[in-house]
Design a protein around this ligand. Sequence first.
Ligand code: KG4
Ligand code: ZN
Length: 332
Amino acid sequence: MNWFSGSVLGIESSCDETSAAVTVDQMVKANIVSSQAELHRQWGGVVPEAASRAHVEAMLPVLDSALCAAGISAPDAIAVTNRPGLVGALSVGVTAAKALALTWQIPLIGVHHLEGHILSVLADRIEEIQFPHLCLIVSGGHTELVRVQEPGNYQILSETLDDAAGEAFDKGARLLGLGYPGGAKIQEEALAGDPNRYKLPIAIPKDPYHFSFSGLKTAVLRLTEQEGDHIVIADAAASLQRVIVEALAIKVEQALEASGLKTLTLVGGVAANLALRSRLQEVAQQYGVAFHTPEPALCTDNAAMIALAGSLRLARGERGDASLDCSLNQRL
Ligand code: KG4
Ligand code: ZN
């Protein structure tokens, strides 16, 4: 496997995290993340215009912190998320990346956000991860099972028909009055809750290759209406977390069986969920496959994963230039 030799400055601004990171020969030397969660909490979700403005404010301090923490004044190359995401938010990172690449006269590469998540599992342990492997990506916008043939070669095996797993956490949390962003809040509440207290559906669409989470929102709404003031939030959070985790685990089991793959990876913001991590660890043990997931800070959006994915593309000779643009294109 070929990787870029030298330091790469990664930049990520696709949604509500402004992040800059430095990798040197694929080892993470700095990974600074400035979250806008506090800002968007008042609206219960990400407001694109506010996100773009907050990226503009945070970008230079975050870049400065990452370079300082890594102890370098200028990197050998820059990798920036340029798709998919909120276009205004992406533009802030892409514009900064283009300006710096031009100033320092160094190579620039645009990175697909999901490729960043897929390769995040390689951070600081490239040699340990076997290919091909099965990767479950679970984030605020995506729920996908991917056959990762090798870095750069991905086959999507299944995706969600409607909401992503992260959306199910976020919408459920909002209905339970836990605020935004919901995933971490649900996990925290669930610690003290009974996961079998409330009956919520485990959504298994007939089509074996897909996920579906939109029914959960209605089920949680119905639960809050039925229970009214008597609802025990910790139990509702634990019950919601249980059914999301089970729906994911069942599909992973089916995909392991069908594919015969011997390594499973779990990535994306929802991969920070401790219940999901331990459930998939169990599944992996049961199927006799290796299981890897990044540390939680590398699961949620970060620029270290973008620097890693960029290293791969730079080593192949791919380059962006002043015309590098942001794109809504979802395809990997
Ligand atoms: O990958 P990510 O940071 O951003 C996107 O690319 O979407 O994922 C964000 C999602 C949100 O839906 C958030 O609620 C969820 O990840 N999340 C969690 C946890 N931490 C973040 N969900 C469940 N448990 C967590 N601990
Ligand atoms: Zn993400």
